[in-house]
Design a protein around this ligand. Structure first.
Ligand SMILES: CC(C)(COP(=O)(O)OP(=O)(O)OC[C@H]1O[C@@H](n2cnc3c(N)ncnc32)[C@H](O)[C@@H]1OP(=O)(O)O)[C@@H](O)C(=O)NCCC(=O)NCCS
Length: 193
């Protein structure tokens, strides 16, 4: 009798790294929204006015994702071995901007891979000078971007955020800029990054 070969992954092995790919029409927008919403709540509740936080509930993120996907806004997803979204990066090529970057579990290298993929995708659009905005006080994210070569600008940016009852409040953001360069990985398939 032949040896019995187990086809199940050993439970002591770490799960395989998520792959990075563009969001597609058959992706579940609500699953993407949940990652964005939960990561936003966990990282911004102490930074943003409570009325804005309440207004930005899960349903509002579901709507944001649906609108972006319907408008084919380039959105990179980190997807685990079960096809579940564990992170997203939303690009705004017209503004040369990395518009959003959120991961479900921080500190596992997923944000770094999404950010590298986002930068390389902006280069593909012919963009050499990119920027992003980060809510004032989000120091963990500041450190992350600075380690990835993004340069903090001195002048703060203000934008007005809806509170849902017809009101708006001012939110202060820090702008980061980066000169993008074409890396060898750009010539590879995004799945390989
Ligand atoms: C900011 C954010 C996107 C970064 O993504 P991330 O996946 O946590 O970042 P990474 O894991 O790639 O890097 C963070 C740290 O994890 C470490 N790390 C990288 N790969 C790792 C791995 N495989 N295992 C454990 N740690 C790892 C990195 O060295 C880095 O450490 P450092 O901060 O001491 O340099 C993420 O923390 C996040 O979603 N934050 C909340 C939302 C937010 O603030 N978004 C930004 C809005 S502007």
């Amino acid at each position: 009798m032949g040896a019995l070969v187990s086809v199940l992954p050993c439970p002591c092995l770490p799960p395989p790294d998520p792959s990075i790919r563009f969001a597609r029409g058959d992706d579940d927008p609500d699953a993407i929204a949940r990652v964005w919403y939960e990561s936003y709540q966990a990282s911004h509740a102490h930074l943003v006015d409570p009325m804005v936080m309440r207004h930005r509930d899960l349903d509002s993120f579901k709507m944001r994702v649906r609108v972006r996907l319907a408008n084919k806004v380039p959105t990179l997803l980190a997807v685990d071995g079960h096809g579940v979204c564990v992170g997203l990066a939303v690009l705004n090529p017209k503004e040369a901007e990395v518009e959003q970057l959120f991961v479900r579990r921080t500190g596992h290298g997923i944000g770094s891979r999404l950010l590298r993929a986002a930068e390389q995708e902006l280069v593909r659009y012919g963009i050499r000078h990119s920027h992003l905005c980060c809510v004032a006080g989000n120091t963990p994210a500041f450190g992350f971007y600075e380690r990835h070569g993004w340069k903090k600008q001195a002048r703060l940016i203000e934008y007005m955020a809806d509170t849902g009852n017809g009101g708006v409040v001012k939110v202060l953001c820090v702008r980061y800029d980066k000169e993008l360069s074409e890396s060898p990985a750009r010539r590879r398939n995004l799945q390989d990054m």
